[in-house]
Design a protein around this ligand. Sequence first.
Ligand code: NI
Length: 216
Amino acid sequence: MTDPYPDIEEETEGSAEGLRTFRLIAILAIALVAGIALLAWLGGGGHRDQQPAGYPDALGGPFELTAPDGSTVTDKTLAGKPFAIFFGFTRCPDVCPTTLSRLAQLRKRMGADGDRFAIVFVSVDPGHDTPQDVGRYVGLFGTPIIGLTGTAGQLAQIVKAYRVYYRKVPVEGGDYTIDHTAGVYLMDRAGKLQSVIEYDEGADVSLAKLKRLAGR
Ligand code: NI
C-alpha cells in the first residue's frame, strides 16, 4: 500500500514519532467503536431497555395537549400502553402522510397485535391546525390514531421533552411550511423511549420494531 502522506514521515524524528502515535490511537479508536457496535448487535436481543444510538436516555416526559373532542390528553392518559408518537402538521405534503400511511399498513400486517400499542400524531402547527382539524386528518388513514395539538406553550413543552426539531419556513405568498423531525418515537408502557422508526428504513425493519413495542 502506498503511503498517502510520504512528505510528513520525512520530517523530523519527533513528528514521525507523533504520526505513528496518532495512527496507533486512530486504529485503537476504530477497533473500539467496531467492538462496541458488534457487542451491541450481538447483545441486542437481550438488552431490551437499551436506548437507540444517537438518542438521549431522557427522551419523553410530562406533557398536556388537546384531543379533537376538546378533552385534555397528558402523558398519564397514555401511560400503561406503549405508543408510537410522531410530530408534524396536517398540511405536510409528504413526510407526515407517508409516515402515518406506513404505520397504518404495518399495524394491519400485525393483526390483533397491532392493537397492543397506540399511534399518536401531534401537530406542531397551532397557527393552522385546530384540534378538530387534527382529528379529521388522522381519520384519513384507516386506523385509530390519537390526534393532538395544543397552545404554543404546551407544544413547546412536549417538543422539548421529545427533542423534536421543527422550524417554520416561509414560502411564496406569505404562507409557510414546516420542516420537522421525521422519526417515529416508540415509547414503552412506562413512557420510556424503546426505539425509533427512521423515515428511510425498510418496512420489515420498522415492523420488527413495532412487534417489539407490542411485546411480540
Ligand atoms: Ni410532515
